[in-house]
Design a protein around this ligand. Structure first.
Ligand code: ASP
Length: 319
């Protein structure tokens, strides 16, 4: 009997055992890719496989890092970010597009959908694994793994952390997936900093409550920075704002400034703490912070490619 397809749809599907194995594989993958690059080579462990990237919404890091990850493994890489020039513009359904791509025999489809649940819809009709690369304001499961891997690399642990998440927590899918995943590791607790109307959504808070995970909420940025192990900052998701949020921003034009981190704020953090951001930033972390050793968001992108290499291997059945 053939084994079930290894789709990656939600952070819900990962448990600490999976994460432990994945991170061990990622460390091995990291050593391999660094070795290959030193010799101006790329790996070939997955040669003969094809990764297809189908992106219905904007992306730089997720699109490119999956492409590079697959290339470093020797896969062939195809994809489109120009769905406006495809039959999607003629009204083709997601299901029919997935069936079309399936007809050309890819090994994996990485999908960035427009709406919550798109990846699950695709998985229902696909004969190859679907990797959810972000579905509207739903989830971004591979980002949550790369975020946690960054914490492991930078802080040496993924337990007993005070994780401060700030910015547009309502519309940000990365913070939703990361909160769910980090909550599965003992001793982690959260502080959510967001302007009114941008707070973490109730479904995530309900999950934390049910799991007995501690969290606090505040609107004041500087209060909790000195106690944080990780500060995870996010941008306002201007493409997804509700009418209430638009009104709030119009009435409080200083919101962006209040939620901007510069060196003055980052210096309040512990020397060993780390500042992360899924990127893109649009001013909410000043570039003056970049040289500070606490700024981990540039290194985070590299860890992202490594974790996606390990995830591609897992999806294809290699562990
Ligand atoms: N790149 C991340 C995402 O796709 C974060 C963001 O866009 O703000 O969700």
């Amino acid at each position: 009997m053939s084994r079930p397809l290894r789709h990656i749809l939600s952070a819900d599907q990962f448990d600490p055992d999976f994460v432990t194995k994945l991170f061990a594989n990622a460390n091995r993958t990291k050593a391999n890719v660094e070795h290959e690059r030193r010799h101006h080579r790329i790996g070939n462990t997955l040669a003969g496989n094809i990764l297809y990237r189908l992106f219905y919404a904007e992306s730089t890091r997720t699109y490119e890092s999956f492409g590079f990850a697959a290339t470093h493994l020797g896969m062939s890489v195809l994809g489109t970010q120009s769905v406006q020039f495809s039959s999607v513009a003629k009204g083709e359904t997601l299901e029919d597009t997935i069936k079309t791509i399936n007809s050309y025999l890819p090994s994996i489809i990485v999908l960035r959908g427009q709406a919550v649940g798109d990846a699950a819809r695709a998985a229902d009709v696909s004969r190859v694994p679907i990797i959810n690369a972000g579905d509207g304001s739903g989830e971004h499961p591979t980002q949550s793994l790369l975020d946690l891997y960054t914490m492991r690399q930078e802080l040496g642990r993924i337990e007993d952390l005070h994780i401060v998440m700030g910015g547009d927590l309502w519309n940000g899918r990365t913070v939703r997936s990361l909160a769910k995943l980090a909550a599965k590791f003992p001793g982690n607790r959260f502080t959510f900093i967001a302007p009114p109307t941008f707070e973490m959504q109730p479904d995530i808070k309900a999950i934390l409550d049910k799991a007995g995970v501690k969290y606090a909420e505040t609107t004041k940025v500087t209060d909790v920075l000195p106690d944080a192990d990780v500060v995870y900052w996010t941008r306002v998701q201007k493409e997804r704002l509700t009418e209430t949020q638009k009104d709030y921003l119009a009435e409080h034009p200083d919101t962006h400034e209040k939620y901007t981190l510069g060196l003055k704020e980052v210096k309040l953090m512990k020397p060993g703490a780390r500042l992360m951001h899924p990127l893109p930033r649009v001013g909410e972390i000043k570039t003056e912070v970049d040289p500070d050793p606490r700024a981990a968001y540039i290194r985070q992108m590299y860890y992202g490619m490594i974790i996606r290499m390990a995830l591609i291997e897992w999806t294809l059945g290699y562990e």
